[in-house]
Design a protein around this ligand. Structure first.
Ligand code: CA
Length: 249
């Protein structure tokens, strides 16, 4: 199953194998897959505020350092980290109720997401990729991803959108990325993933895809290459051989 793309005037083969691709024998990149939180938009502070409100109501300790440990982790697992940190033991139904309450706080806060929450340079980068004819996929574990996409008018960039509603096995399982590749009709070897979480990089590698870590190499030790600024990426090198910068001759 593929998704039609609207409003694109590219014709012919937009993915010629560049010299680097010929030289090193790697596939050119046809599809670029993006995580959402921490890669295109920063919703960390809304998650933080949602958990903080829940923690305050229950008299639990919760701070930025603990919040950092929740990055890329699903909601129930995040709650378990907070409960462990506070030495709290409660039943599964109680945990489910608390996680649902946090999500309702978060969804309320998300309505105030603004263009100021976008990763700097992300939108021009998406525009540049589309101009080159790359297929773009959005791969977020969040069940609230559409709220962010709609509020910030980002869905127009993507040929396929996979959210937490569409798959079962969370990252580091590769299911989310393999599903996107299948829907884009691009083999995993022709995909490259932008991810800011260790577990997300693991998922991309397990899918047989190349991956660019968005963040520091000290944190994303499993990523072969990392970036912190989209402006620094050589789009031709990326689509030609999967490298964020042109290789020295
Ligand atoms: Ca992320």
């Amino acid at each position: 199953m593929t998704f039609a793309r609207g409003g694109d005037d590219t014709t012919g083969n937009p993915f010629p194998a560049g010299p680097a691709a010929v030289l090193n024998g790697s596939h050119p990149i046809c599809a670029v897959l993006f995580d959402l939180d921490g890669v295109i938009v920063f919703t960390d502070r809304y998650h933080y505020l949602g958990w903080k409100r829940l923690a305050d109501e229950n008299g639990w300790a919760f701070d930025e350092a603990l919040n950092h440990r929740l990055r890329g982790i699903p909601r129930m697992a995040s709650l378990a980290v907070i409960l462990d940190h506070n030495g709290v033991s409660i039943s599964k139904p109680e945990r489910q109720e608390l996680a649902a309450r946090k999500n309702s706080y978060y969804r309320e806060l998300l309505k105030t997401v603004s263009h100021g929450d976008l990763y700097p340079g992300a939108v021009p980068f998406l525009e540049a990729l589309r101009r080159r004819g790359a297929k773009l996929g959005l791969c977020s574990s969040s069940r609230n991803a559409w709220t962010v996409l709609d509020t910030l008018d980002l869905a127009r960039f993507f040929d396929v959108v996979i959210t937490g509603h569409d798959f079962e096995r969370p990252k580091p399982d590769p299911q989310i990325f393999l599903l996107a590749a299948e829907r884009l009709a691009v083999p995993p070897g022709g995909c490259i993933v932008f991810e800011d979480a260790f577990s997300g990089v693991q998922a991309a590698l397990a899918a047989g895809m190349r991956c660019v870590g968005v963040g520091s190499p000290e944190t994303l030790t499993n990523a072969a290459q990392t970036v912190t600024a989209y402006e620094a990426i050589d789009v031709d090198a990326l689509l030609g051989c999967g490298q964020v910068a042109a290789q020295a001759p």
